[in-house]
Design a protein around this ligand. Structure first.
Ligand code: BGC
Length: 713
C-alpha cells in the first residue's frame, strides 16, 4: 500500500477500531497455552472482541497462524491483518547459545548469522516480529535476566545489538525469512536494584546516557522496527508511562519512528508502582508518553475511546500510534500477504535443518569460556579412565528459559555427545547430584573427574533472580566429596549468569563455562574437553569474587583513594574491602585457550590526534603454540582527565582473528575523536582535549599501552 492509501484507511476507521489496533492479546485467547509472564489480569473478553485485536503475542505455527489470521481478518471492519509477535530469543526450534554466551563469543557477526537463522525458522512458522534483541547492560549477576543480554559493556552490547537487528531484518523485512526486530527493554532494566527482577533503578542521568542507552541507540541506528518498554522505573517514573524517556530521548533524541510496545502488562503496572491511580490514568499517561501498543493489559482497550471522547487525550495521538502500526504491517507486506512466510512445507525443511544445527554447534565452539586450566585439558580420549558426575551431564534442561519452542527430542546432552563423538573414551557416568558411594568410588577409581555442575534452565530468566549465586543446593558439597576422592577435577559449568565459584575454581584443575550452549552445544563441550576445538570464548560479564562485590564491571572508576590492584591485602583508608579483593575473580574479556598468543608492543602512527583526523594503533599477534585458534584482540581507552570522571578503561575496538599455529597477524584500530565522546559537565555529548591512554591486548587487564593526546587542529 502507498502511504496515502494507509492514511485513507486510517481516516476511514472508527475510534474503537483504532483502539483495537493498539491492543495486543495473548495467544491463550485463541487456545494457546504458552508461557504467561505477567500478572493474570481480569482478562475475560468475548471471542469477537478478541478477534479485533491488532496483534497477537506468543502464537506460532504456520497452519495455526493462517487459520487465526483468517478469523481475525474476517471479523475486522477493514480486514486489517494482525501482526504476530513472539519471543524468538536465541533460536526458534533450533536453539543457539544463550545471549550471554553469544556475548562471550566476542564475535558480534556470529550473532548476525544466528539471528538470520532464527528468523528463517520463525518466519516459516508464521511469526512476523521477534521480541529480541535484549540489550540491557548486566552488571549484577544476581539478576536472572542477565542471561538474555550479551553482557556488561555498552560498546560490546551495541555491536551485538546492531548485528542482531541486521540478522533478523536483513535489508527489507518484507523479504522471505525476515522478521521485524524489537529491541528491549527500554530502558535501564539491567540496573534493577540489588539484582532483584522488576525492582526500581537508581542511575545518574550521566550513567544512564553514557552507558545504559548506548546499545539501544545502536539498535535504533541499525533500523530496528520496534522498541519495547521496560518494567522498571527510571528516575522514579515507570518506563511505560515515562514521557521524557519515550518522547524526548527515544523519539526526538534517537529519532526512533517505529512502533513502541509496552512490556507485558507494564502499562497496568503503573498502578502498582503508584504512578497512576487507575487503569484509565495509566492508559492516558502511556498514550501521552507515546506507547503505541498495550501488551496484554486492558488499559487501552477499556479506556482509550472514553479518554478521547472526553477530550482528555487528542485523537491525533491515537492516530499517530495506529499509523505506525499500519506502516509496520505494510512494511511486512501483510496487506498483500497476511501470512507472510508462514508455510507448512517450509517448516518441514527449514526448522531444525542440518545447517542450523551445525550453526548451533559452531556458535557454541566460540562461546564456551575456558576459565582455568592447570594443564589438565585437553584430555586424551583413549587410555585414561574418566568419571563424569552430575545430573546435568544427561540433562536437556540446559538451553535457557526463553527457549520456548525448543524441540526437546533434538537436544544433544553431554553424555550423548561423548558417546557419539568419543565412543572409545573410557567414561563412567554417575548421573546424580547426590553424594553417594557410587559417585565417590567412581571418582576415586578414575584418572580424571569431570564434575558437571551449575544451573539448569530454571535458575535464570525472568523472575529468576538469586541473592546467593554460588552453585545450586548440594552441588558444592558434591564437588567437595569428589575432590576428597580425586583432585584431578575438570569442572564443567552450565548457567545463564556468572556464578560465585571462588572455592570451586581454586580446587579444580580446569573450569569450563559452558553457559546454555543450545541444541548441539554439548558437542562443543566434548570437543573442547578432548582438544578437537580450541576454546576462544571471553567473558562479556565479570565473574564476581563474592556476591558482595555486585554490581561489578571492568568499567569502574579510580575514586579519590584508589587501591593498587597488585596489592592483595587490605589497605586502610583506600577504597577496598576488609574481606575480599576489589577485582572480580575473572574479569571482562578474559578466557584461556590451548595455545599461546604473543602480543607485540602496541604502536601508534602518531601520538597527537587532531580533531577531524585519526591515529592508527597496531599490534602484531602471534600464535606461538601448536594448535590453531582464534584470538579476540581488544582495544581499550581511558580519558585521563576530563570535566567529569571517566571510567578507568572502556572497550572501543575488537577484532576476532583466526591464527594458525605459528602464524602472526597485525591488527590495527583507527582512533578518531568520535570514539572519545561522553556526556560532559553540561550534559553535552562531546570529547575534551587532553591526554588518553590506549591499550591493546587479550582482555581488560592488559598492560600493553600507549599514550596520545587529543587537540584542536
Ligand atoms: C518480558 C519480555 C517479553 C514479553 C513477552 C515479558 O514478561 O519481560 O521480555 O518479550 O514478556 O513475552
Amino acid at each position: 500500500m502507498t502511504n496515502s492509501q494507509l492514511k485513507e484507511l486510517l481516516s476511514d476507521m472508527s475510534l474503537s477500531e483504532k483502539a483495537e489496533q493498539l491492543v495486543q492479546l495473548h495467544g491463550r485467547f485463541f487456545g494457546n497455552n504458552d508461557v504467561i509472564t505477567g500478572q493474570e489480569m481480569e482478562f475475560i473478553v468475548p471471542e469477537e472482541t478478541a478477534l479485533r485485536t491488532g496483534s497477537v503475542l506468543s502464537y506460532h505455527g504456520a497452519g495455526k497462524i493462517r487459520e487465526l489470521q483468517d478469523r481475525i481478518m474476517s471479523g475486522q471492519p477493514h480486514k486489517i491483518p494482525a501482526v504476530f509477535m513472539t519471543d524468538i530469543i536465541h533460536g526458534y526450534k533450533t536453539i543457539f547459545p544463550a545471549p550471554i554466551a553469544q556475548g562471550a563469543s566476542f564475535n558480534p557477526e556470529l550473532t548476525k548469522k544466528l539471528s538470520e537463522a532464527a528468523a528463517k525458522e520463525a518466519a516459516a512458522a508464521g511469526v512476523h516480529v521477534t521480541f529480541s534483541p535484549m540489550v540491557d547492560l548486566s552488571r549484577d549477576a544476581r539478576w536472572g535476566r542477565c542471561y538474555e543480554s550479551t553482557g556488561e559493556d555498552p560498546w560490546l552490547n551495541a555491536r551485538f545489538a546492531e548485528n542482531a537487528v541486521w540478522g533478523y531484518q536483513g535489508k527489507d523485512i518484507k523479504e522471505k525469512g525476515r522478521l521485524a526486530a524489537c529491541v528491549k527493554h527500554f530502558a535501564g532494566y539491567g540496573a534493577v536494584l540489588s539484582g532483584r527482577d522488576y525492582n526500581v533503578t537508581e542511575l545518574s542521568e550521566r550513567t544512564f546516557m553514557d552507558d545504559y542507552l548506548v546499545p539501544y541507540k545502536a539498535a535504533v541506528e541499525a533500523g530496528v522496527k520496534l522498541v519495547m518498554t521496560a518494567f522498571n522505573t527510571v528516575d522514579r517514573i515507570p518506563c511505560s508511562i515515562n514521557k521524557k524517556l519515550m518522547r524526548d530521548i527515544l523519539r526526538d533524541g534517537m529519532c526512533f519512528n517505529g512502533v513502541l510496545i509496552s512490556d507485558y502488562a507494564a502499562i497496568a503496572e503503573a498502578v502498582s508502582h503508584g504512578a497512576a491511580g487507575d487503569y484509565a490514568e495509566a492508559a492516558e499517561k502511556a498514550m501521552l508518553a507515546g506507547v503505541d501498543i498495550d501488551m496484554v493489559s486492558q488499559c487501552y482497550i477499556n479506556n482509550l475511546v472514553p479518554l478521547v471522547e472526553n477530550g482528555i487525550i487528542p485523537e491525533e495521538l491515537v492516530d499517530e500510534a495506529v499509523m505506525r502500526i499500519l506502516i509496520l504491517k505494510n512494511e511486512l507486506g501483510l496487506f498483500e500477504n497476511p501470512y507472510k512466510d508462514g508455510s507448512e512445507e517450509d517448516e518441514k525443511t527449514i526448522i531444525l535443518c542440518d545447517e542450523h544445527k551445525k550453526l548451533s554447534r559452531d556458535a557454541a565452539n566460540e562461546s564456551i569460556v575456558l576459565l582455568k586450566n592447570d594443564g589438565l585439558l585437553p584430555l586424551k580420549a583413549k587410555g585414561k579412565k574418566i568419571a563424569v558426575i552430575g545430573s546435568l551431564a544427561d540433562s536437556k534442561k540446559i538451553i535457557g528459559a526463553w527457549s520456548l519452542f525448543a524441540e526437546k527430542s533434538h537436544i544433544i546432552t553431554l553424555k550423548s555427545a561423548f558417546d557419539e563423538l568419543y565412543p572409545d573414551a573410557e567414561i563412567t557416568y554417575v548421573l546424580s547430584d547426590n553424594i553417594c558411594e557410587e559417585a565417590v568410588s567412581t571418582a576415586k577409581n578414575a584418572d580424571t573427574v569431570i564434575a558437571v555442575l551449575g544451573e539448569d534452565d530454571s535458575f535464570t530468566g525472568e523472575s529468576a533472580s538469586r541473592a546467593d549465586i554460588t552453585l545450586p543446593k548440594g552441588q558444592t558439597e558434591l564437588f567437595n566429596a569428589l575432590y576428597e576422592a580425586n583432585e584431578n577435577i575438570c569442572t564443567v559449568l552450565y548457567g545463564g549468569r556468572p556464578l560465585v565459584i571462588t572455592e570451586i575454581a581454586e580446587k579444580s584443575k580446569a573450569v569450563v563455562m559452558a553457559w546454555f550452549p543450545g541444541t548441539c552445544g554439548n558437542y562443543s563441550i566434548a570437543d573442547i574437553i578432548f582438544g578437537k576445538v580450541n576454546p576462544s570464548g571471553r567473558l562479556s560479564m565479570s565473574f564476581p569474587y563474592s556476591a558482595g562485590q555486585l554490581p561489578v564491571s571492568y568499567g569502574r572508576f579510580n575514586t579519590g583513594r584508589p587501591k593498587d590492584d597488585s596489592v592483595k591485602h587490605f589497605v586502610q583508608f583506600v577504597s577496598n574491602y576488609l574481606d575480599v579483593p576489589n577485582l572480580p575473580l575473572y574479569h571482562f574479556g578474559y578466557g584461556l585457550s590451548y595455545t599461546e598468543y604473543e602480543y607485540s608492543k602496541v604502536t601508534l602512527d602518531k601520538d597527537v590526534l587532531n580533531r577531524g583526523g585519526s591515529i592508527t594503533a597496531s599490534v602484531t599477534v602471534k600464535n606461538k603454540g601448536s594448535m590453531d585458534g582464534m584470538e579476540a584482540v581488544q582495544l581499550y581507552i581511558r580519558d585521563k582527565s576530563a570535566s567529569v570522571v571517566r571510567p578507568l578503561r572502556e572497550l572501543r575496538g575488537l577484532e576476532k582473528v583466526h591464527l594458525s599455529a605459528g602464524e602472526e597477524k597485525t591488527v590495527s584500530f583507527i582512533i578518531t575523536e568520535e570514539m572519545l565522546r561522553f556526556y560532559d559537565i553540561n550534559m553535552e555529548y562531546k570529547s575534551e582535549d587532553g591526554g588518553f591512554t590506549l591499550w591493546i591486548g587479550p582482555d581488560c587487564m592488559t598492560d600493553n599501552s600507549e599514550e596520545f593526546i587529543l587537540t584542536a587542529d
